[in-house]
Ligand binder design. Structure first.
Ligand code: SIN
Length: 487
């Protein structure tokens, strides 16, 4: 595997602690699999509590110096890392596809997406402004300054191994924090490659630490530590709730980017061609494994037959296969259990009366591949309408009125992303304002970028990543009261 890289030294399999590549105790290791074929891509260090503790101590020591740098100096380091990532884009994409499965073109897109957060926060680092507030009497002045929260634990998922980590590391470093990162065990190699590039960018030892292995031990050590002042987590809602509750014991700040159940609403006055294009984009990106992927397609009954026919025609153009092949649009799911869960969702829906139509795929593909499937006649109560799907199934439900569409869309504990297609300006405003979601794509199926605040409401989490708001979660406000000022 490392041989296929232009620069094989990007392929790291140890933990990055205090600027050094370290093995786990007794050189414990675990295999990382290629989801397309089950082959072992690498054996990586399986770390536990002790290495986590070392990483926390290293991050704490590094923080005392990192926070003292000028914002411009920190910005320059982030910019240097951005340049390293861009210079090594092809290798990073290859590593990503090998361990995650997504097609190479999508992997390159993800590397750029992640790099954009590094560049964005290199710029934003210089704009951490405070306030001067009128004092309560003539002898007082009130000044607010913003300071880094301290050591941050960044727990990132397997669906975007580079972008989600960059989206946490970049604002943390920009604000003056240092980080201990726990990438998903399925996809540590992209994170380690990013760590290697951080060393080449000259980022001081201890500012970025990365380890994986015994997830519970690492997580518990991070959460129990009073030194770790903030947790930034991207993952499922059940795990997010547990981590949030546990973080209360040390009153850590938390940012939670959790699950979704995105409605994609198509009104009768929509541009159908654009709606189909948007649905394909938002549904099948990363084989349906994103938390902003369309989960339920809600279509006005007047146009539902036309829309579903067009959608299925679009789905038939999708080519499913190994992400390393140029022709592939949709790769495997992350592991066979994920694929089995998708099959059980389809089974549940058809048992309860839905109709499933799958596109043809090569039958010799491994069990991690799932054929994109259209489900029509979907109703409330079927698992596909209630759960986050995380796979290439497109469930379609009908509605008759705008009020019904809004009620259906909001009828979920989740509130991350929603999409609506209409050409009626008044309706767009009415519906967008009524949707209980953190992000709404309006005639837009691709809403993620570094300039926008990414995040959800309700059980989809709290906090925002990216944009001018993305630094706030990593900063404390300190108020300085100046007294005894003589007129
Ligand atoms: C996610 O699935 O967690 C993030 C997706 C995105 O950034 O678009």
């Amino acid at each position: 595997m490392a041989n296929s890289l232009k620069d094989p030294t990007l392929m790291r399999s140890e933990a990055l602690i205090n600027g050094k590549w370290c093995s786990a105790e007794e050189d414990a290791r675990y295999p990382v699999f290629n989801p397309a074929n089950g082959e072992v891509v690498a054996e990586v260090a399986k770390c536990a509590s002790r290495q986590t503790q070392h990483a926390i101590e290293a991050a704490q020591q590094a923080w005392y110096k990192w926070r003292e740098l000028s914002a411009k100096e920190r910005a320059n380091y982030l910019y240097a890392l951005y340049q390293q990532v861009i210079a090594n884009k092809d290798d990073l994409a290859l590593i990503l596809t090998m361990e995650q499965g997504k097609p190479l073109a999508e992997a390159r897109g993800e590397v750029e997406y992640g790099a954009n957060y590094l560049l964005w926060f290199a710029e934003e680092a210089k704009r951490v402004y405070g306030d001067v507030i009128p004092g309560p009497n003539p002898n007082k002045r009130v000044v607010c300054i913003k300071q880094s929260v301290g050591v941050v634990a960044c727990i990132s998922p397997w669906n975007f191994p580079i972008a989600m980590l960059a989206r946490k590391i970049a604002p943390a470093l920009a604000a003056g924090c240092t980080v201990v990162c726990k990438p998903a065990n399925e996809t540590p190699l992209s994170a380690f490659a990013l760590g290697e590039l951080s060393l080449r960018a000259g980022i001081p030892a201890g500012v970025i630490n990365i380890l994986c292995g015994f997830t519970e031990q690492i997580g518990e050590t991070l959460i129990a530590s009073p030194v770790v002042r903030k947790l930034s987590f991207t993952g499922s809602t059940p795990v997010g709730k547990k981590l949030s509750a546990a973080s209360a014991s040390t009153m850590k700040r938390v940012s939670m980017e959790l699950g979704g159940n995105a409605p994609f609403i198509v009104f009768a006055d929509a541009n159908l061609e654009a709606a189909v294009e948007g649905a394909l984009l938002s549904k099948f990106r990363n084989a349906g494994q994103t938390c902003v992927c369309t989960n339920r397609i809600l279509v006005d009954n007047k146009i539902i037959a036309d829309f579903t026919q067009r959608l299925f025609r679009g789905m038939q153009q999708l080519r499913v296969g190994d992400g390393l092949k140029d022709t592939t649009d949709i790769g495997p799911l992350i592991h066979p259990q994920a694929a089995a869960n998708i099959q059980s969702l389809i089974h549940d829906a058809t048992r309860l009366g839905a109709t499933a139509r799958s596109i043809d795929i090569d039958p010799s593909l491994s069990k991690t591949f799932v054929a994109p499937t259209l489900l029509t006649g979907v109703k409330k109560g079927m698992r596909v309408s209630e759960e986050e799907i995380f796979g290439p199934i497109a469930p379609v439900m009908g509605f008759d009125t705008e009020a019904e569409a809004i009620a259906l869309a909001n009828d979920t504990p989740f509130g991350l992303a929603a999409y609506l297609y209409s050409e009626n300006n008044s309706r767009i405003w009415r519906v967008a304002e009524a949707l209980e979601y953190g992000m709404v794509g309006i005639n837009d199926g691709a809403i993620s970028n570094e300039m926008a605040p990414f995040g959800g409401v309700k059980e989809s989490g709290q906090g925002r990543e990216g944009s001018k708001y993305g630094l706030d979660d990593y900063l404390e406000i300190k108020y300085l009261s100046f007294g005894n000022i003589q007129a």
